[in-house]
Design a protein around this ligand. Structure first.
Ligand code: HEM
Ligand code: MG
Length: 323
């Protein structure tokens, strides 16, 4: 375990597709996965190009590359690391599990931990491959942009895309699972496109996001030419406000399918960020029923860091391995 890194100090909307961070194609054994944000950072060297990373490297890089706020970056990173990372080596991959890079390292591809259904560009695990780019699913961006954005990815188009992807999983995946944390994760990821994949130059020019720009991240793992990160951090409570407006506009509710076209809303699911923390901490404890003392101490430490990353003392703290 390690403490949270400090926040970056310069949060201007500067050029980040720069000479110091050139795009490079994949080498054998380089790992990419279900997150277009992290895949792109790896292919530009903001995190190690092999895709094997520490939490601190992720937290610093998402600030540097996109101006994701320090608090939310820390929260998001530990939401994943708790269930997908190696607590003893402090390493996680941004995709598949590996034994090629030193100690065995687990990663973000693991279905049902953080990765989940109704993704915008990757299949539901039940239906296919949950980490490779899928052109057919990506087409829903064009459909939504044409329907309500005049061909561009306006906020309304991103909301419509979210609805299309949820309805597609309801119609085709008998095991569609859309409860917390996946519920808020999926919606926040739609918000991320709107808030962080738009070049700051584009924002200044009042030009909404193009399908081509979004394809660079999702498909090519590449920052568009001249990409400037947003001006100022995207952090709590901005993330919460944007996420919950998409929840409302899309009419999304946490739940799951019991057979295709049979979506059951779960009224017990609180659908809040406190609840994400609660569920992830308790789920992690079930993943390690009988840890060695050393592992137990490491997990406990990372659970404390996760609560600190949440940064909201009104959320109840949980100690499944004791205080
Ligand atoms: C999806 C992890 C930061 C944009 C995902 C997924 C994971 C993940 C595991 C797969 C979820 C799924 O679709 O089933 C993380 C972690 C981050 C991080 C641990 C660390 C802070 C970012 C950032 C951005 C971003 C900074 C944007 C700038 C996205 C988008 C998706 C996604 C748009 C949805 C992909 C899709 O639906 O096809 N992320 N992410 N992520 N992430 Fe990240
Ligand atoms: Mg997925």
């Amino acid at each position: 375990p390690q403490p949270l890194p400090p926040p970056i100090t310069d949060t201007s909307g500067k050029l980040v597709n720069d000479a110091a961070h050139p795009f490079k194609p994949l080498r054998p054994n380089d790992i990419r996965g279900p997150c277009p944000g992290l895949n792109t950072l790896a292919s530009h060297g903001y995190i190690p190009r092999n895709g094997v990373v520490t939490p601190a490297q992720i937290i610093t890089a998402v600030q540097e590359g996109y101006n994701l706020g320090h608090q939310f970056a820390s929260f998001l990173c530990y939401t994943a690391f708790l269930t997908d990372g190696n607590h003893l080596t402090n390493l996680m991959t941004i995709g598949a599990n590996t034994t090629t890079h030193g100690q065995p390292t687990t990663g973000l591809n693991t279905h049902g931990h953080f990765e989940g259904d109704a993704s915008m560009s990757r299949d539901d695990a039940f239906l296919g491959n949950n980490f490779n780019f899928n052109e057919t699913l990506f087409d829903a961006f064009q459909v939504a942009a044409d329907a309500v954005g005049g061909g561009l990815l306006t906020f309304d188009a991103i909301v419509l895309n979210r609805q299309i992807r949820i309805n597609d999983s309801i119609a085709r995946n008998p095991q569609f699972a859309f409860e917390t944390p996946r519920f808020l994760g999926a919606i926040a990821e739609s918000a991320f496109i709107f808030a962080m994949f738009v070049s700051n130059q584009t924002v200044d020019n009042q030009t909404p996001l193009t399908i081509d720009a979004v394809r660079h991240f999702f498909d090519f793992h590449q920052l568009p030419d001249g990409f400037h990160r947003r001006q100022g951090p995207f952090d709590f409570p901005l993330v919460e406000n944007l996420t919950f407006s998409i929840v409302d506009m899309a009419g999304a509710k946490p739940g799951s399918n019991n057979g295709v076209n049979n979506y059951i809303v779960n009224p017990q699911d609180l659908g809040t960020f406190c609840y994400v923390y609660q569920k992830q901490v308790n789920f992690t404890a079930t993943l390690y029923p009988d840890p060695t003392p050393e592992l137990r101490a490491a997990i406990k430490q990372n659970m404390l860091t996760y609560y600190q990353a949440l940064g909201d003392s009104t959320c109840t703290q949980y100690f499944p391995f004791g205080q």
